[in-house]
Design a protein around this ligand. Sequence first.
Ligand SMILES: *Cc1c(COP(=O)(O)O)cnc(C)c1O
Length: 337
Amino acid sequence: MTWIDLRSDTVTRPTPAMRAAMLSAEVGDDVYGEDPTVNVLEARLAAELGFESGLFLPSGTQSNLVAVMAHCERGDEYLVGMDAHTYKFEGGGAAVLGSIQPQPIPHAPDGTLSLEALAAAVKPLDVHFARTRLLCLENTWHGRALPLEYLAAARAFCTQRGLAMHLDGARLFNAAIACGVTPRAIAAHFDSVSVCFSKGLGAPVGAVLVGTRALIDRARRWRKVAGGGMRQAGILAAACLYALDHHVERLAEDHARAARLAMALRELPGLTVAGQHTNMVFIEVPAGRLAAFKAHLNAARVRLSIGYLPQIRMVTHLDVDDAGIARTIEAFRAFFV
Ligand SMILES: *Cc1c(COP(=O)(O)O)cnc(C)c1O
């Protein structure tokens, strides 16, 4: 029996057609700016999102890091959610490698950071304080698409306070589909946006950062410093271009499957469905049953990440089809009787 892996949308494997696109990619040395496929990807995403310039990087973590380093200098600070990837899940990179202080802000349940809390956290210009330079938001956040009105309000706040705004848009396309708008309509509120290709878009590797030419020039230097200058990276960029052509609209199928899964699990006793947003379903299982539940899922060949968050997160993606959802529901039904 094949495994159904709902731990994350990062587990997707490149499809045969994506591999074929990688195999036939035109390549050159990207550190010299000579990889034609990388150049097409960077220009294409920048144009699609309404920015001057783009930069291809090996990971979303590095993309966010060089973005923060391009916006801020040593001794500056960025405002960021307490549970945001750019604060909590990137090893403290901006502080460790950039000498840039994070100022964490609690999230509201919908993932937004209240403008009151942000305003209270902006430091006065005074030798005692780090200089507040940047707001980082994340969209989707734990699967939730941030409300469009909130993005507009946050933009107005940042403009008024002279702050730049960066979006960790690892799942920007999921957010756009959930809001029924173009990715550009979300990106328009920001000075820079990072998009991951190795999540639901199904590429094996890669992220693209977009921004002004000046910002991306600085980010390109920090990418090299961070060891992210890649040579014949067109092989990887070809997978990302393939994903833009073939794997964006289908994200709606992942959202529909997550909704179907949540609906079926809500019927079961002894289990709480805490929420479903875009391609993620969050459940709670009584602590006393967790070990038995894990063993049961293992026997049914269903993989979930258990014990990482207080809730169990299930993520639908390219490699989970309708039959996989049906098998998962069956496995749950057999346990929660
Ligand atoms: C996955 C992810 C990233 C980047 O992670 P990498 O594994 O470094 O590509 C950044 N932000 C969010 C919200 C993510 O989910």
